[in-house]
Ligand binder design. Structure first.
Ligand code: CTP
Ligand code: CA
Length: 233
């Protein structure tokens, strides 16, 4: 590359990133959701694009601007996020090279959302029957010709961060987990900083310093680029 130009080690690679929360409707005016700003996932999408990757960002409802140079698909529910992720990952030309699941997907949806607004009444509060949502990360990690070469998940934990994150790495079948401590007081939720560990299969967890979410994303994107081109510095 020309002197002064940014290196593009991920040029020609396709990446799919999920970000933000999902909203699971209770009725037309209410929903269940996770706490998520989407800042970390959007930053990952931007960082991968900055290294030259062709990035599709599958975003739940967020108030963030679209990252520059990234294709954005907006969804509401986990079911929509799964469908959009599969469509983006599994193309006729072959699977995407990289999948990063940074979304805070709602684990449950209301089994049967009401078609009309639920009204208060003399019988007291309604009881919501919940159904489990599909696991997008586990689905994308399933072995086979349609699996991306590198699948990365996030694990947000409030305690025993490394233990739970290692269990998720084993259970979901992904290659890496970025574990972050979201306990009260760490300031990660909605904030601009993040303190994470990178867990890879068959390697000791790597503690990263407290960094801005942008810096975490850049460091992760560089680590991804290094695995695709081990000769890169
Ligand atoms: N994830 C996903 N689809 C889901 C649930 C989680 O893709 N239905 C992904 C998240 O994007 C994240 C990883 O799985 O990359 C871990 O999410 P997390 O909520 O920490 O793990 P869960 O397996 O849902 O376990 P729990 O919430 O019970 O801790
Ligand atoms: Ca969860």
């Amino acid at each position: 590359f020309a002197e002064g130009a940014a290196p593009k080690p991920l040029a020609g690679r396709r990446a799919v990133v999920t970000s933000g929360p999902t909203h699971e409707p209770i009725d037309p005016v209410r929903y269940i959701a996770n706490r998520s700003s989407g800042k970390q996932g959007h930053a990952v999408a931007a960082a991968l694009a900055a290294l030259g990757a062709d990035v599709t960002l599958i975003s739940g409802p967020v108030t963030l601007a679209d990252p520059p140079g990234v294709r954005v698909v907006r969804v509401e529910t986990a079911a929509e996020m799964l469908a959009a992720s599969l469509a983006a990952v599994q193309t006729p030309a072959g699977p995407a090279d990289i999948a990063v699941c940074a979304a805070a997907v709602a684990d449950w949806r209301v089994a049967t959302a009401a078609g009309d607004k639920v009204k208060k009444g003399p019988d007291g509060p309604p009881t919501l029957a919940l159904a489990e949502n599909p696991d997008i990360l586990a689905t994308l990690s399933q072995p086979g010709p349609r699996r991306p070469r590198l699948v990365v998940g996030f694990a947000a934990e409030t305690r025993d961060v490394l233990t739970y994150a290692a269990a998720k790495l084993a259970k979901k079948g992904c290659d890496w987990i970025v574990a972050n401590d979201v306990a009260t007081g760490t300031g990660t939720f909605g904030g601009d900083d993040n303190q994470v560990h990178l867990l890879r299969r068959d390697a000791a967890p790597e503690a990263w310093p407290r960094l801005s979410k942008t810096a975490v994303a850049q460091r992760l994107a560089q680590a991804i680029a290094d695995t695709f081109d081990p000769s890169a510095t």
